[in-house]
Structures are given as C-alpha cells and as structure tokens.
Design a protein around this ligand. Structure first.
Ligand code: GLN
Length: 539
C-alpha cells in the first residue's frame, strides 16, 4: 500500500455531459481492481450548498447517501461502480466551501486577516479533499463543469497547489474532452481539445492524460495531433469511443492501458485485471430473457431524473439474465381518457417512482389500481407506495376521496400526512426524512421472502408518512404493512397477499443497488415480470 494517499483529478473540456463521471468512476474501478482502497470526491462548482433543492429536470436526479446527504448524481455512479458507501463530505460545492469560510470569518478564525479566495478559499477546498481522502490509498477527484468556467477556477487553483504540496508523483491530472466529427469532412477534429487544454494550462495545470470522447475510436492522426499540441505523450492520449452500456467504460479504458499508465506515474503496482467485471458486462450484453416495464413519471422527458431506478432495474435484470425495455407512460393521459390504461396490458410490470406534488397523481392512482386488479407486477417507490395506499383506501376500503395531505390538505381521509410533532424528525435539518433508516420485516411476507432478513436498512427522501390512524382498517382489507420502523409508527413497506407481486416501499431501494450487489426487491420484481410474461403467453 502506498505510504501517502495518491490523487487523480479529472477535469472536463469542450462541453458538459461528456461522461466525465463515468470516466472517473471507471478509473476508480480499475485501480480498485488492482487491490487498492479507492475513494472518490465530486466537486460541483455551483453555489448551492447541496443538490437537495435542485430540480431534477434541470440537473438530473438528486442522489441520496447513507448519511442523508442529498448529492450530485455522479456519486451514484461512484457507489455503483466501486460498490462503496460515500458520505455528504464526498460532494464539495462552492456553496459549502464559501459557507465554511464565511462561518469561520464570523467566528473570528481569521482575525486580523483579509479573507481571500487565495489562500483562504483554496485552503478550505484542499482541507475538504484531504479530509475525505485520509486513510485511503487513492482518491479520485472529479471536477464538475468545464474548464474555463469562472466558478471552477478556485478548485483548479487548489488542485494545482495540491500537486505542488503532495509532490508530482502523488497527483495525476486526467483531462476528458470531446473530439467531434464534422459530417461534411468526416474527420475527427482536435481543435476544441487543444483549446480546452490551453485553458487548463492557464490555470497552471498540465494534464498527464487526455481522454478523448468520440463516437468512433480515435484515429492515429488525431491522437498524434492532440499529443503534439497538448504536450501529452501519444500513449497518454486515450481513445474513449461511445460504449454500448456504461459499465463497459472501465473495460474500454483498460484496453487502452489507462489504469496501468496512471499506476506507473503514481508508483503504484498493477494488480489483476477486471476479469469479474468483464464477465458481468458480457452477461449484461447477452441476456436470455426479455421483459417490458412501464414507468410512470413526471419527468418522463429526462431519463437522468430517474438514473438510479433505471440502473437498479438493470441490476435486477442482470440477476435474472434479462433485458428490460422501459416504456415511459405519462399518467396525465389516463386522467383524460381511462381507456388509455389498456397500454398496461402490453407490459410485464409497472413502476411508479418517487415524485412530489399533485401533477399526474390521479393518473398514477388509476395505473396502480389497474395493476392491482389485473394482477400486473407492481413496484411502487416512495410516492408509488403512497399511491398504492391511497388507491387501496379509496377502492377497497371505501374511503371516498382518500388522499395524501400533500395534494389534498383538507381530505376527509388523510391516509398519508405529515406526522404529528411528537414523531417528527428533527436531527436532519429540514422536515424531509433522509438517508438510511432501519426497517423491521414481518415474518411470512413477500418482503421477508425478498430480503431473506427481518431487519434491513434502506435510504429515504420524503416528507409524508402513512397515517397510523388508518393502518388497522387498511390491513384488515388485505394491504399489509410488512415493513415498519422498529420503534416508531413509520410504515416502510406495503404489500398485497392476493397478488403475484404488488409491493411498495416508503424508501428508495434503488440508491443501494449496485451491479455487483443488485437490490433484492428489484431483482424479485424483474423475476415476477418474467413469470408474469410466461403465464400471459400461456393464457
Ligand atoms: N412527495 C412524497 C413525500 O414527500 C414522496 C416523495 C418521494 O417520492 N421521494 O412524502
């Protein structure tokens, strides 16, 4: 093991959305496969203190960590690729850094000094990075945004200083850029890469590696040009063409020898390769079964808003040797025309994911009811569990107009509400229930069959809870709360016994799902979809 922590900083050039997060995760994965203890940090140069208040439409999903941190979705990639748990400290934002500096200034920590970006802000950034890196062999630091952005400058400056302080043998820079092809000439163009490396050089950072993202593998001519103009040896210009699936990226980069070359620069030993991972990717690319799942949701235009769910579905599919096709459904359509619900006859399962606010809610309730009465496998995630409870209360328990107070504050039957003061959660800051919470599972239930355990921990992000006043009535009619908090009146899982697979969770199991450790509930859901498809074909 190295005597000092080694740092790998990844920066991005030309455009955002290049897949820098995947490149960073892949580098982490490759080095982890060499036997090193790798951790990862995401720097987000925006002013928000965390991603909790950001609209998923604009910024993609808000990922939730064990400790309740609401963070950038790249941390989801890190956890999935490396199969590790991170904390909120692993997401450093401008907001967080400035807040810390300003708080210190108010407390008199800098007494007498003029507080400045250099050294006070850059010192704070370095301190935050070193804090999370401590004790690990390797720390991969992904710098969000694109070089040249005003807001990322203090972070680049801090990283430049770190290379000086830690020594060049302990810090490596990887710059990820885009190499586009102009249709008319059909040639890979390197000029944008050259310019972005120039911007990086202005910050005093010479990249050790350039990872060139392109549709097709990098041509030799382009590789030579990038090497020449960017002052990077040809063998350190890495070709990173589009992958078939994201999990293939570590294999693509390792084929280019990126891990070995980074290890050499950092005086690290090269270990065994990604044999297990390769086997997994091959299985993902060659599935035997095939199912179609309907996904109801508000941000249907943007897959990024539901990344963790889509990934967890893939992991569950992998566990069942299956390929899953997702059909996005706009539930508002059902509100206007109920006959549109028949689209659910063409799928093998339904997911109603998390959500906030009233839009499309009545349609979601209709869709859940259709899945319940037509025995279509159903997985309700957070809001989806709440919708299942409302649907059941209305249509089986006869509670007309039952609702969540989130959408109908004056409903006669508030089957979901904000818990009374004595049960409320204070330690987390806001009123959201966040992060990992324990759940006790009832014996002899589907939940027990799925988890093969009677105590689990899953991650939450919601405000409303099943109203304890209605539990007895609802359970007496057959919707069982098979998972509950061990001490508090918090309902965590709802399931139907007279249905092949109908389950809803107040938590978000997708946040803990990894390809090497699929979420059990997703795996069982996919299995149920495969079985449903088989029986449907027979009938
Ligand atoms: N809006 C619901 C609540 O706050 C569900 C949230 C979610 O699905 N994440 O309780």
């Amino acid at each position: 093991m190295p005597s000092k922590t080694k740092y790998i900083a990844t920066t991005g050039g030309v455009i955002s959305g290049l897949g820098k997060g995947l490149v960073s995760s892949s580098i982490g994965k490759i080095l982890q496969s060499y036997g090193y203890d790798v951790t990862m940090v995401k720097i987000d140069p925006y002013i928000n203190v965390d991603a909790g208040t950001m609209n998923p439409f604009e910024h993609g999903e808000v990922f939730v960590l064990e400790d309740g941190g609401e963070v950038d979705m790249d941390l989801g990639n890190y956890e999935r690729f490396l199969n590790i748990d991170l904390t909120k400290d692993h997401n450093i934002t401008t907001g967080k850094v400035y807040k810390a500096v300003i708080d210190k200034e108010r407390e008199g920590d800098y007494l007498g000094k003029t507080v400045q970006i250099i050294p006070h802000v850059t010192d704070e950034i370095k301190h935050e990075i070193r804090k999370v890196a401590r004790g690990h062999d390797i720390c991969v630091i992904e710098v969000g945004g694109t070089v040249g952005d005003i807001e990322s400058m203090p972070f680049l400056e801090a990283l430049r200083q770190m290379r000086m302080e830690e020594g060049p043998e302990n810090v490596v820079f990887v710059h990820v850029t885009l190499v586009p092809v102009l249709d008319v000439v059909g040639e890979q163009k390197t000029k944008p890469t050259q310019h972005s490396v120039q911007r990086l050089l202005e910050s005093g950072i010479q990249p050790d590696f350039v990872v060139a993202r392109s549709k097709k593998p990098l041509e030799e001519k382009a590789r030579r040009k990038i090497s020449n103009f960017c002052n990077v040896p040809e063998e350190n210009v890495i070709s990173d063409p589009d992958a078939r699936i994201s999990y293939e990226v570590p294999l693509i980069l390792e084929k280019e020898g990126l891990g070995k070359k980074i290890a050499k620069k950092l005086n690290l030993k090269v270990g065994t390769d990604l044999r297990k991972w390769r086997y997994m990717v091959n299985r993902m690319l060659n599935p035997k079964n095939n199912v179609r799942i309907a996904m109801a949701g508000k941000y249907t235009a943007l897959g990024d808003s539901y990344v963790s769910i889509l990934e967890a579905v893939k992991h569950g599919a992998l566990a069942n040797n299956a390929k899953v096709e997702i059909s996005w459904i706009e539930t508002e359509d059902f509100e206007k025309d109920k006959s549109k619900l028949e689209v659910l006859d063409t799928v093998d399962g339904l997911i109603v994911p998390g959500g906030f606010g009233p839009r499309g809610v009545e349609g979601k309730i209709l869709a859940v009811g259709y899945a319940r009465t037509h025995k279509i496998p159903y997985l309700g995630l957070c809001y989806g569990m709440q919708m299942a409870t409302i649907e059941f209360a209305r249509n089986v328990c006869g509670m007309k107009g039952a609702h969540t107070t989130e959408c109908a504050p004056r409903t006669k039957h508030p089957v979901l509400h904000i818990l009374p003061e004595k049960y409320q959660i204070k330690q987390m800051g806001g009123t959201l229930r966040l992060g990992s919470w324990p759940c006790k599972i009832k014996k002899g239930t589907l939940a027990e069959k799925i988890y093969k355990s009677n105590l689990i921990h899953e991650r939450h992000r919601h405000r409303y809870e099943v109203n304890p006043d209605y539990i007895e009535k609802i359970e007496s009619k057959g919707l069982v709360f098979s998972g509950k908090h061990p001490e508090r009146p918090l309902m965590e899982i709802a399931e139907l016994s007279n249905h092949p697979f109908f389950i809803g969770t107040q938590y978000h199991p997708e946040f803990k799902s990894r390809p090497e450790k699929p979420s059990p509930i997703y795996a069982e859901f996919i299995k149920a979809c495969i079985n449903y498809k088989k029986t449907k074909r027979k009938s």
